[in-house]
Write a protein that binds this ligand. Structure first.
Ligand code: ATP
Ligand code: MG
Length: 402
């Protein structure tokens, strides 16, 4: 028996004691969902002691690695050969995986390598030390470029003898870590067209939150392009979100007009944000989400002083998560590039909050002052009508089999 497999290793979820089975089952579901749209049968994912196995015979390895590399909970993926547990099979498999890894090193300069063997199945007659030596010597003879280097290898050939079979592998890919989406409950992401909120969404997905997203639009103040941006951002997040992300588009035009007509200009941003929270809280109730997530940071703009965030936050009883609070703008941008949202956010179409920006926004709004201004608004009616305008899109990644 010899077959190519992907070893799927997970970390933290192994630590969760009694919850372990729940986490593992959820992770398997997420892995399957990430491959569900590929042609052919849904690939079978096997659970073997502390890790999962995907048979790579019928699925292009690069596609599997690309897809599963975006499933939270995955710590590492290894392209392996699974073989019978005997020395000859292991020697042949190690040579093959080493040859593939060696192909990444152009030219014919020497390449440092080592073997790291683990004998988990003690019925196997050769122990780990002996396996290291035997296979190391065998591989050394197989290619003249190779040099053994135990301390600074460029290639590590890993060999494992386990109860369910033996494996050899030399190419590993880092997963995103985190917890499987849905293991921490569900939240509603306030998704603007900016750089920050998609990153905030990614971070909360990483910690196991299931998300739905809401975007407030202000036709005709904002364009069709601004809406498209939010849709594309949600789509770009969807592979991280379990393969699909619901985006709720709500009209904010009436609310914005009412605020502009009835309230002091310098409180405009504060009042808009508070109305967003009220509407989002009502929507969260409808979709069974238990927290709000925003891309707020500290100190970036007027609405992000402590006083301002505090007054805005008091518009909702829901927990508000602000996962970007510890990051600098340059770090947020790095993340945005990594997760594939930066170029979309950088498109020059303003969302509703960039318009109607006051010349001198209040940096120290008070609850009392805000209360006086809001007394002139029909907040309940505005929330109801914004909700009634809801349009929901279920977004999935643009299919690519490359
Ligand atoms: P971003 O880059 O996410 O727009 P920002 O630094 O520009 O963030 P603000 O524009 O002040 O900050 O918005 C703060 C947060 O409020 C956003 O991160 C987002 O969570 C939410 N928000 C702002 N505008 C909208 C909108 N039109 N629809 C939904 N949420 C929004
Ligand atoms: Mg913004």
């Amino acid at each position: 028996m010899k077959r190519p497999v992907l070893l799927i290793k997970f970390g933290e979820i192994g630590l969760k004691g009694g919850n372990r089975r729940f986490f593992e089952r959820l992770l398997i579901d997420r892995l399957k969902a990430a491959l569900a749209d590929l042609p052919g049968n849904v690939p079978w994912i096997e659970r073997v002691r502390g890790r999962f196995l995907l048979d790579l015979s019928s699925i292009p390895p690069a596609v599997a690695i690309d897809r599963l590399g975006r499933v939270f909970g995955v710590v590492e993926l290894s392209r392996a050969l699974q073989v019978d547990a005997d020395l000859d099979s292991l020697a042949a498999a190690s040579r093959e995986v080493l040859g593939e890894a060696l192909a990444d090193f152009a030219g014919d300069r020497p390449v440092r390598f080592r073997v790291t063997a683990r004998r988990a199945d003690k019925r196997f007659p050769v122990n780990s030390m002996e396996l290291n030596q035997l296979l190391g010597a065998h591989l050394l003879r197989s290619a003249p470029r190779l040099q053994v280097d135990l301390h600074h290898p460029e290639i590590t050939v890993e060999v494992e003898v386990r109860e369910e079979g033996a494996y050899a592998y030399a190419r590993n890919y880092r997963g995103p870590g985190g917890l499987p989406v849905g293991s921490s409950g569900k939240a509603l992401l306030l998704l603007s067209g900016g750089i920050d909120s998609p990153v905030a969404g990614w971070m909360s997905l990483k910690r196991g939150l299931e998300l739905e997203a809401v975007h407030f639009q202000s036709f005709p103040f904002t364009s069709e392009r601004a809406r498209e941006k939010a849709v594309d951002l949600a789509r770009a997040l969807s592979p991280w979100a379990g393969g699909s992300l619901a985006l709720h588009l709500l009209s904010f035009t009436e609310t914005q007009r009412a605020i502009r007509n009835a309230c002091p200009e310098e409180l405009g941003v504060t009042l808009m944000r508070r109305m967003m929270f009220r509407i989002a809280q009502a929507l969260a109730g409808q979709v069974n989400a238990h927290a709000l997530v925003t891309g707020d940071n500290l100190g970036q703009v007027a609405s992000q002083t402590l006083a301002s965030l505090s007054v805005i936050g008091q518009a909702t009883d829901l927990l508000v998560l602000r996962p970007l609070v510890g990051l600098d703008k340059t770090e947020i941008i790095d993340f945005a590039r990594k997760i594939g949202t930066f170029d979309i956010s950088a498109r020059p179409y303003p969302d509703c909050c960039s318009l109607l920006l006051p010349r001198h926004p209040a940096t120290r709004p008070t609850l009392a002052g805000v209360g006086r201004a809001e007394a002139r608004l029909d907040a309940i009616g505005l929330v109801e009508r914004a909700l009634a305008s809801r349009e929901t899109l279920q977004l999935t990644p643009t299919i690519s089999f490359s």
